[in-house]
Write a protein that binds this ligand. Structure first.
Ligand code: NAP
Length: 296
């Protein structure tokens, strides 16, 4: 029996693991994909206090090593179900584990445009990660869809690789930080297409063009979709209460409606989803779990 099982090895989950290990708890972290969560794809983090300009990969790797060094057991298994109760059960696709407390830090995944052909064109002209796939489009024409920080970071990153980058956004105001908007405006090969939506993805074996809502067709080699995230809460929604948008509901201590089940990071309902609030959640959830275990 583990003291705490943490679901998700992103910044929130791994920070929770660090705090729990330092309180001498027996900790298991379960991760479905790879460690690091979304931040691993960020080329340069510039807003994390005291770490000016660190790559997402370096940040995630340091965090992973720190959690391991302090004693976390980390396994790469997808959690498919949790069974609440005083002694909780965590079921993965291959195993089942018991724990006194659980911290769910499953984060969020890229939102899709939900257009016909979108899934078929993934890896054939469509990507949700510019730093992963940008290099395939050297000297070519690409488009980025979205008006948030991710879209702007992607467009700036791609402008140094591709010949031309269209930044397509459904409004004429941006959600992205002003500093990123300024940087993008300075890039000569970024063209802004505002008040526009992509309504059609065209191509045979691979994406060759997109149609916008004014019926204009743009010939492109690649489309990077950066229109936000959706929380990864589906596998737990029958146990932990969620909002109408699917985010976990919790109190200030990251406690859910279930005794001894806490949540942390981007999958939790909150105002600001940033690296700093993810690590902060991890610390808060682990501290609350430590307090809970003292009375177990
Ligand atoms: P986001 O801030 O939610 O922005 C999503 C963008 O996509 C918005 O501009 C939105 O338009 C647009 N959008 C949403 N649904 C759409 C649809 N169906 N069709 C067309 N456009 C759509 O998402 P994000 O950029 O992925 O960022 C997520 C969080 O991570 C944010 O809190 C962000 O600040 C943070 N982040 C921070 C950094 C950094 O600090 N360096 C880097 C990356 C991400 P509207 O504006 O019209 O709603």
């Amino acid at each position: 029996m583990y003291d705490v099982i943490i679901v998700g090895a992103g910044p929130a989950g791994l920070t929770a693991a660090i705090y729990a290990c330092r309180a001498n708890l027996k900790v298991l972290v379960l991760e479905a994909m790879t460690y690091g969560g979304q931040i691993i794809n960020t080329p340069s983090i510039e807003n994390y206090p005291a770490l000016f300009k660190v790559s997402g990969f370096d940040f995630a790797t340091n965090l992973y090593n720190q959690a391991k060094e302090l004693g976390s057991e980390i396994k790469f298994e997808k959690v498919v179900k949790i069974i609440p109760g005083k002694e909780k059960e965590v079921i993965t696709s291959t195993n089942s584990y018991k724990a006194k407390a659980i911290i769910i830090a499953t984060g969020a995944v890229s939102r899709k445009l939900n257009l016909p052909n979108e899934d078929e064109f993934v890896g054939k002209g469509i990507s949700y990660c510019a730093t992963c796939d940008g290099n395939f489009y050297k000297g070519q024409v690409v488009a980025v869809n979205g008006g948030g920080n991710t879209a702007f970071e992607d467009a700036i990153y791609l402008a140094d690789i591709a010949k031309k980058v269209y930044l397509i956004h459904r409004r004429n105001e941006f959600r992205a930080d002003a500093s990123l908007v300024e940087q993008a405006k300075k890039k000569k090969n970024i063209e802004f297409i505002l008040n526009s939506k992509i309504i059609k993805l065209n191509g045979d074996d691979k994406l060759s063009s997109i149609t916008l809502n004014n019926n204009k067709e743009l010939n492109i080699d690649g489309l990077f979709i950066a229109i936000g995230k959706v929380p990864e809460t589906n596998n737990f929604a029958s146990v932990v209460k969620t909002t109408k948008d699917g985010y976990f509901e919790s109190n200030e201590e990251c406690l859910t409606n279930q005794e001894g089940i806490f949540v942390a990071g981007d999958a939790r309902e909150k105002e600001l989803r940033q690296l700093v609030t993810a690590t902060s959640d991890g610390a808060i959830a682990a501290t609350a779990a430590i307090k809970y275990l003292k009375l177990f």
